[in-house]
Write a protein that binds this ligand. Structure first.
Ligand code: ATP
Ligand code: MG
Ligand code: MG
Ligand code: MG
Length: 489
């Protein structure tokens, strides 16, 4: 089944159960001080769960664009090194706002996976919240009883608060969850080790695919739980992981969500990607070219979707997160795929062709996305080589395992090396750096900047366009792009 049909089958299944299909909300959050990017399907519906707003239909289904690169959920370091965590991914979800509850949520999830998608029941495991006495949260007996009518009891595992209890914060709506995990190992491998022991163990072939959250409590300031008057269902299934299972492959990167991008990278760079076919291939996953190709195919999606949603790379906040992701991709291309010229922007075309029907904003913003990525690549490549030479020197002459924070700061200041990029490269050489010292230097620089801007507080400053380009760099790029867009309209 093609990924496009898998997404559609999911949405249609819940539509047939009286859910309204809604488009993904923007991934970029402008008004939420607690979150920069949507990182789960639930985020856009927060107000419904808090009771501050009422949905038109109490049943909703969607595929939400999520980005997990900052804050509580930060998967950036896994990306490229494993085969199932991405920066940007789609979370398929079905929602009940004070309507149906556990019985339907569980039995429909089971029906969809085992009947509609025909996933072998013998490859699935489910988890149920075991309870936490210290925290006054009871075991989820209800979910257990529903599951045991659907799946043999030795496939139901008990999970702790970390994996099986969801809360928005110290107070407010919360509840237990049940997760569905799938074991995609070969029969031979399965015979060797019981899949049960590999659930939630970061095994690349025994992966979590779906999380069903049962929002039934309100946590009070004193830590006590009270029942919510309206109980809600919040589910999230990783679309790319579902595609991996449905397409019978061993890695998200071997699904048709990624293969067209990977083929394009191979063509441009003249390097070959080794797909993961057997568990043996997973042991060569440290192979640098494969990692670089996975990183780039992942990151180009994150950056493309982000720009389409209005978040351009910049030097602060959410914009800096996007810039860091892109620079990480550029550096992998430079070091491991020998790409000394911009090339990531050339992948946008195939991505838009592949995803444009589901996410029309990609189509309408295509030109902007390509321009921004190309400029960003050109600009970073100009200093990357020099910066890498400097970093190489630092590595060669390192007297201790810990590099000074001032050096890492200088790389950021002079060559635009984001801190985490330097950290990554140092880690490749088994080195670390003095973070405290780095933070001090950064703080001092910000302080100097603040003082400088306070000194020159004219009413306004007129800048000519090339001055802007020369002196303000990225912000100028943003301004220019906005102008072009404006003119087009
Ligand atoms: P994991 O334990 O694998 O990191 P999670 O428990 O953090 O996943 P949830 O917050 O429960 O994930 O999100 C719901 C679903 O979204 C997961 O079951 C998984 O299928 C998918 N998912 C989560 N993180 C990612 C990611 N970084 N890339 C792709 N899919 C993801
Ligand atoms: Mg996670
Ligand atoms: Mg998990
Ligand atoms: Mg989970």
């Amino acid at each position: 089944m093609k990924s496009q049909d898998i997404r559609q089958t999911f949405l249609q299944f819940f539509k047939d159960k009286a859910h309204s299909i809604v488009p993904s909300a923007s991934m970029v959050l402008k008004d939420d001080p607690t979150l920069m990017f949507v990182n789960s399907g639930m985020a856009p519906f927060k107000e419904y769960f808090l009771g501050n707003a009422q949905p038109k239909n109490k049943r909703i289904t969607d595929s939400q664009k999520c980005l997990r690169v900052s804050g509580k959920h930060n998967d950036l370091e896994e990306v490229g090194y494993d085969t199932y965590h991405h920066t940007l991914f789609e979370m398929l979800g079905n929602w009940s706002f004070g309507d149906y509850f556990k019985t339907e949520a569980i039995s429909w999830a089971w029906e969809l996976l085992t009947e509609k998608f025909e996933i072998d029941k013998e490859s699935l495991y489910v988890t149920v919240f075991e309870g936490d006495e210290g925290d006054k949260t009871p075991m989820d007996q209800e979910a257990y009883d529903i599951w045991k009518n659907l799946i043999s009891e030795d496939r139901i595992l008990m999970g702790n608060k970390n994996d099986n209890f969801w809360e928005m914060g110290d107070q407010g709506p919360c509840g237990p969850c049940s997760e569905i995990h799938v074991d995609i190992r070969s029969a031979e491998e399965k015979a060797k080790i019981d899949g049960k022991t590999l659930v939630n163990q970061d095994h690349p072939q025994v992966v979590e695919i779906w999380n069903l959250v049962f929002m039934q409590y309100n946590r009070k300031a004193n830590g006590n739980l009270e029942n919510l008057p309206d109980k809600h269902i919040d589910t999230g299934m990783g679309f790319e992981r579902l595609c991996m299972v449905m397409q019978g492959v061993q890695s998200n990167y071997d699904t048709d969500v990624f293969t067209p991008i990977i083929r394009e990278i191979e063509t441009i760079t003249d390097k070959k990607y080794i797909p993961v076919r057997t568990s043996r291939d997973l042991s060569v996953r440290d192979e640098k070219i494969a990692i670089a190709i996975r990183v780039i195919s992942d990151h180009v999606r994150a950056v493309t979707f982000s720009i389409a949603d209005g978040q351009l790379p910049s030097n602060t906040g959410a914009g800096y997160v996007i810039r860091r992701i892109l620079r990480r991709a550029i550096r992998y291309g430079f070091t491991f795929l020998d790409q000394k010229e911009p090339f990531i922007y050339r992948l946008v075309d195939v991505l838009v062709k592949k995803m444009g029907h589901a996410f029309p904003e990609l189509k309408s913003q295509r030109q902007l996305i390509e321009n921004v990525i190309k400029e960003e690549e050109a600009s970073f490549l100009r200093t990357l080589e020099q910066g890498l030479v400097m970093l190489d020197n630092i590595v060669k002459h390192a007297a201790t395992k810990e590099i000074s924070g001032a050096k890492v700061f200088e790389l950021k200041d002079t060559y635009g090396f984001p801190e985490d990029l330097t950290e990554l490269i140092l880690r490749e050489h088994k080195l670390s750096y003095n973070k405290t010292e780095f933070d001090q230097q950064l703080k001092a620089q910000r302080q100097r900047g603040k003082q400088a801007s306070e000194l020159k507080s004219d009413d306004w400053t007129v800048l000519m366009e090339d001055q802007i380009q020369e002196f303000i760099g990225y912000d100028a790029l943003e301004a220019k792009v906005k102008l072009t867009r404006y003119r087009k309209v």
